[in-house]
Design a protein around this ligand. Sequence first.
Ligand SMILES: [Zn+2]
Ligand SMILES: [Zn+2]
Length: 189
Amino acid sequence: MSNIIDDFGDPDRSRTSRALNRIAHLLPRAATVVFGALIANDLAGGEVMPTWLAMPLVFAYIVILYTALFHNSLARICLRCMQDGPADAPVRAQRRRFLLWIFHHSLRTALAWAVLFGAGVAARAVLHQPGLVQLDVPALLVAFASVWSGWTHHRLRPWCPFCRRWDDGQGPRERVPDPDPAGVKQPRG
Ligand SMILES: [Zn+2]
Ligand SMILES: [Zn+2]
């Protein structure tokens, strides 16, 4: 079991690990493309993207999303994520406080999504306008923010102001050093 878990976090373990790691790291781009396409499609009245294109796109996205979820939550902290960590991570964590807050309040985010999605469905029924897919855009934006918050949190976790400290706030606070932009990875011989 630990082998499978490590596969998701260490790109140098094996070919499978490398492939899984690459797939997981596609998430930010994949989410931008898929949500961008879905939102554009809905804003245009649902007539831009044919189903034959939408279905494989969403399927590929789901594979990437789940690989990234395992990468973020199951594995030990990913080497590539550490090496790619921004030099100004503490500043970024402050700037992206709202995204980090969203990650820590996933239940509220899910509730907001459900309310917005339900409101869209109800409004279409009440107005007798089944083609009014523009009403799905707010729910899509919340879903996109939720995915983005997970990825942001994984990379900025050491600087997240909402993560519980191991000692529950007792004792002296150690400063987390900024990541070294030059990286620490040594090639394997
Ligand atoms: Zn990573
Ligand atoms: Zn946190």
